[in-house]
Design a protein around this ligand. Structure first.
Ligand SMILES: Nc1ncnc2c1ncn2[C@@H]1O[C@H](COP(=O)(O)OP(=O)(O)OP(=O)(O)O)[C@@H](O)[C@H]1O
Length: 290
C-alpha cells in the first residue's frame, strides 16, 4: 500500500505550488521544516459494543503543514467524519495519537449549527467570549469577521433572515473567531445550490489566503476539508488525500500544483479530477466486491 509520509513543503517556491500562499511563514530553504499544524500518527478507530469490533479507521498517518489546505476524499461511510471528530478532539482514537498546534481546532459542518435565537453578530461574539476576548472588543471583532466573509451589515440579522449561503458564511466567521490554527470542515457546502457553492469556494480560498497573507501578524490557518466531491477537492486543495472504504486507510494522495484562484470548469481541474475519480471508483468497486 502506498503509505503517506509527512512531506512538508521545503521552500517558499514549493509551498506556493503546493497550494498555499507564500509568505513570511514560508521557511527558507536552509531552515528545518515547521512541525505539522495537525498530525495523526498510526490512528485507528473501532466502534461496537462490547468488543469494539467494527474497525472504521485503520492506521491512519496524516500530517497537515502550517497554512496547508488538504482535502480528504472517500466514499460514503469510509470514516471521513470520524477522522475529523478525532482531529477535533471530540472523540478518542482506539490506537495512535492525534496532535494539533494552538487552541483546539475549529469545526464547521454541513449544518450551520448557529443559535437561531441569537443574531449573526451575537453568534460570533459567543465564540469570542468562549475564547476570552474582552466584552468591549467583541463587537468590533465580530464585525471585522463578518466583513471578512463579505457580510458587513448582517450583524443584527437573525438566522432565519439569512439565506443558506449567508448562514454558512456566518458559520465560517464563527469558526474563525476561535482563532484556531486548524479549521476542520465536514462537507460544509454540500447542502447549497451549485452557484452558491461555487461562490463559497471562492470566498473560502480568499479568506484562507488572506489569513495566511505575508505581512500579517495572524498565525497560519491550515484547513482539513472533507468531501466526496472530487472536483470540489481539486478546486480547493493543495493536497488531496483519498481514503479506502471499510476500514478507512489512506489509499493515495496527490499534490495539486495549480495556482489559485481555480475554477470548477478549468481544464486542469477537470483533468486532475478525472484521474482521482478513477481511483475513487476503483476503491468503491473494490469495497463492493469485498
Ligand atoms: N459513534 C458511532 N458509533 C458507532 N458507529 C459509528 C459512530 N460514528 C460513526 N460510526 C460508523 O463509522 C462508519 C464511518 O462513518 P463516518 O460518518 O465517519 O463516514 P463518512 O465517510 O463521513 O460518511 P459520509 O460520507 O456518508 O458522511 C459508519 O459505518 C458509521 O456507521
Amino acid at each position: 500500500m502506498n503509505r503517506p509520509v509527512y512531506d512538508p513543503p521545503r521552500t517558499a517556491e514549493s509551498i506556493a505550488t503546493a497550494g498555499r500562499p507564500p509568505g513570511p511563514r514560508a521557511a527558507p530553504a536552509h531552515a528545518p521544516a515547521a512541525p505539522p499544524a495537525l498530525e495523526l500518527r498510526g490512528v485507528s478507530k473501532s466502534f461496537g459494543r462490547p468488543r469494539g469490533d467494527q474497525l472504521v479507521l485503520d492506521d491512519i498517518s496524516l500530517a497537515v503543514a502550517p497554512g496547508e489546505f488538504v482535502c480528504l476524499l472517500g466514499a460514503s461511510g469510509c470514516g471521513k467524519s470520524t477522522l475529523l471528530a478525532l482531529a477535533a478532539g471530540i472523540d478518542e482514537p482506539s490506537a495512535g495519537e492525534v496532535s494539533a498546534v494552538g487552541p483546539r481546532p475549529a469545526l464547521m459542518f454541513q449544518e450551520h449549527a448557529l443559535f437561531p435565537w441569537l443574531t449573526a453578530g451575537k453568534n460570533i461574539e459567543l465564540a469570542l467570549r468562549l475564547r476570552g476576548v474582552p466584552r468591549r472588543e467583541r463587537r468590533l471583532e465580530a464585525e471585522r469577521l463578518l466583513g471578512l466573509v463579505r457580510l458587513s451589515g448582517a450583524y443584527g440579522k437573525r438566522v432565519h433572515e439569512l439565506s443558506g449561503g449567508m448562514r454558512q458564511r456566518v458559520a465560517l466567521a464563527r469558526a474563525l473567531a476561535q482563532a484556531s490554527q486548524v479549521l476542520l470542515m465536514d462537507e460544509p457546502f454540500a447542502a447549497l445550490d451549485a452557484i452558491t457553492r461555487d461562490l463559497l469556494h471562492e470566498e473560502l480560498i480568499r479568506v484562507w489566503q488572506e489569513w495566511n497573507q505575508p505581512g500579517t501578524d495572524a498565525r497560519s490557518l491550515s484547513v482539513l476539508f472533507v468531501t466526496h466531491n472530487v472536483r470540489e477537492a481539486v478546486r480547493l486543495g493543495g493536497r488531496v488525500v483519498l481514503l479506502t472504504s471499510r476500514p478507512g486507510r489512506i489509499a493515495r494522495e496527490w499534490r495539486i500544483d495549480l495556482t489559485y484562484p481555480r475554477r470548477l470548469e478549468d481544464e486542469a481541474v477537470a483533468e486532475k479530477s478525472k484521474e482521482i475519480t478513477e481511483e475513487l471508483r476503483k476503491e468503491i468497486s473494490r469495497h463492493a466486491r469485498s
